[in-house]
Write a protein that binds this ligand. Sequence first.
Ligand code: AMP
Ligand code: GLY
Length: 430
Amino acid sequence: MGDAGKNKILIVGGGGREHAIAWKLAQSPKVGEIVCAPGNAGIAGFCRCEPVSAEDIPGLAALAERERPGLTVIGPETPLALGLTDELEALGLRVFGPDKNCAQLEASKSFTKAFLARHGIPTAAYREYTDADALRKDIGVFGFPMVLKADGLAAGKGVIIAEGRAAAEAAVRELMETRAFGAAGDKVVVEELLRGTEASMLCFADGSAIVPMESAQDYKRVFDGDEGPNTGGMGAYSPSLLFDGETERRVAEEILLPTLEGFKADGLDFRGVLFVGLMLTADGPKVIEFNNRFGDPETQSVLPRLKTDLYDIMEAVCGDRLSQLPIEWDETLKTATVVMAAGGYPGAYQKGDAIHGLAGVPDGVFVFHAGTAFSEGGEIVTNGGRVLGVLGTGKTHEAARENAYAGVSKISFGGAGYRKDIGVVYNTRQ
Ligand code: AMP
Ligand code: GLY
């Protein structure tokens, strides 16, 4: 067991987000030992990493049963969708992260669209299809470009925006016939195209409240100028410059409040992070999607600004007491996180390249590890697509960004790629 009176924590996942969660929880006087499965080379610097994959539900349940943590925090979406929360709760353990039923809010676009429609929450008009020919007949139903989405989890890649009929036909084949996303494409959601600026809002959520965190802006495309294919996220800064008080008020009233009411009405016992993907349109904010977890790399930019003890927040969420807990942020601190990725990401990429310069980053810069591991010789090497998230902080956005890039300039590994424009404001779809 950990130090007397302190809580042992189990963190599931091994990316930059989990490094940030572990780093923040480690600052809590209430937290003792942190175990992470599977973790990475950065997390291993201060936590005990256990080699169990974040998708191995029986393996994680066995680990949790052995460790009996006071709190388990589930980072990624897949174990949530596979019902890890339910498994651990059945063992009498406390879990931060929604159960399998609620996890459909990320794992099924059709489930979420029906939820939004049922509760009158602003979102794009939609239809859904399980038959390729029926879908072909409806090509262009909302005009062009046409938005087609695989219903299930597809690592952020299951959305196709087809400019015209030929591209839409190719998308139908890819989603439903060659099954590029496997079973995720058995059902396809077609949506009206939303125009505006894309922004996201991460919220702590339980049965008593949905409380937005400080905002952060993510950069999903791989290249500068928002070009190239979508990735998990190439960087983020906080607070976002896209939200103003009026937008935040509208999101709270028109989206978060009815979502909380919707959870109650539908018997959804949501406890964790609700990540709301938004399009800020001329008609106001509309929901593009929900995720059920902290964003990556938004978390690396947001948690450093949190003043309240993260453990207290997670404990409150687990006990449906979020509405009673004041949450404080450092309003004067700005942050920017630049992701350094392996060459070729988000396509095929190499692993095992030595990473140099980690110890040489300037003061005020912190390096969150994502895809890193130790080589047999004990060297830190690349082990994933997104390798590192370099956090810069400062009193202004500019200072935070300069700091982050000063850190990036000290680090090198074979084929390293990163965006040079994290912090620049783009309008995504006008
Ligand atoms: P999703 O996985 O649902 O977040 O979609 C991935 C990306 O596709 C989003 O981040 C948007 O850039 C884009 N997108 C999804 N749905 C729409 C829509 N209805 N209108 C315009 N863009 C969309
Ligand atoms: N950065 C986007 C996500 O975590 O889904």
